[in-house]
Design a protein. Structure first.
Length: 266
């Protein structure tokens, strides 16, 4: 009986729509608390290609005010940016009081793709591993909350997602030449990730690993964990009473044929 019960518990289904709706409500509460308390929050999303980072970020930001919760996804650095102090490129995007910033990939590019693909020198890589923990400790000492998530996906699941991207015209844009390169360098990426963790998984700013083979569970687990790591309280909103519309005295609306309407095809 015990084995049967345990097996049933493992197979217990969850209502994704119901659970994400609950989390969205709490995210709004968190947003209002961050605004009221003037908190500064940075959340870093890293992981292999097709690990589900983007989908989680979308569900995270869906119910939130984009002026409060911002997503940063930087492209290839310019020639000028390549000559800057490495972290300088990311500093302008850090949050001010009352803001949440989500990094869809971050300064950890240097420890991953740049290292594996040879886009940085060994000296630049070694310097990053030395300075990154101190950079993040500086953020924490300045009053910034920093959370780092690594989305872990198996090679079998990544293969399935890659094939889906290739065959689906709506997702083909997600498959880049760099994805092809990463396939042949799976082992190098694994070693780079292990070395990155060894140097940057600190007590002050630890890495949190998200099992991302199941996208929906990964989203729920990650958002739930964020909510558990930032103490917040629900703020009671004051009731709002809409004032009556003013009388339209002396106003004549222009004829509708003076305006160009979008054709109503639906």
């Amino acid at each position: 009986m015990e084995k049967s019960t345990s097996k049933n518990n493992k197979k217990k289904k969850f209502n994704y729509d119901l659970e994400i709706a609950k989390l969205h409500t709490e995210l709004v509460n968190l947003q209002e608390w961050v605004k009221k308390q003037g908190l500064k929050v940075v959340i870093v999303f890293e992981g292999r290609d097709a690990s589900g980072k983007g989908g989680t970020i979308k569900r995270f930001t869906e119910p939130l005010n984009p002026r409060v919760c911002k997503v940063v996804a930087l492209g290839v650095p310019t020639e000028r940016e390549k000559t800057q102090w490495y972290f300088q490129r990311y500093v302008p995007y850090l949050p001010a009081a009352g803001e949440i910033v989500l990094f869809d990939r971050s300064w950890y590019n240097r420890a991953g793709v740049e290292k594996v693909m040879g886009f940085c020198t060994d000296d630049e890589y070694d310097e990053f591993l030395r300075s990154c923990p101190e950079f993040e400790r500086m953020l924490v000492r300045s009053g910034t909350i920093v959370l780092k998530y690594w989305f872990s996906v198996s090679d079998e699941e990544q293969e399935r997602r890659f094939k889906n991207r290739i065959s689906n015209p709506l997702k083909r844009w997600k498959f880049s030449p760099m994805d092809l390169q990463s396939r042949s360098r799976w082992l190098e990426y694994s070693k780079a990730k292990d070395n990155m963790f060894a140097h940057t998984d600190t007590k002050q700013v630890p890495w949190y690993v998200v099992n991302a083979d199941n996208k929906k569970k990964a989203r729920l687990n990650c958002i739930s964990h964020v909510l558990s790591k930032i103490p917040y309280e629900k703020i009671d909103l004051k009731p709002i009473e809409l004032p009556p519309l003013p009388e339209h005295k002396g106003y004549v609306r222009p004829p509708l044929d003076y305006q160009t309407f979008v054709p109503e095809k639906f």
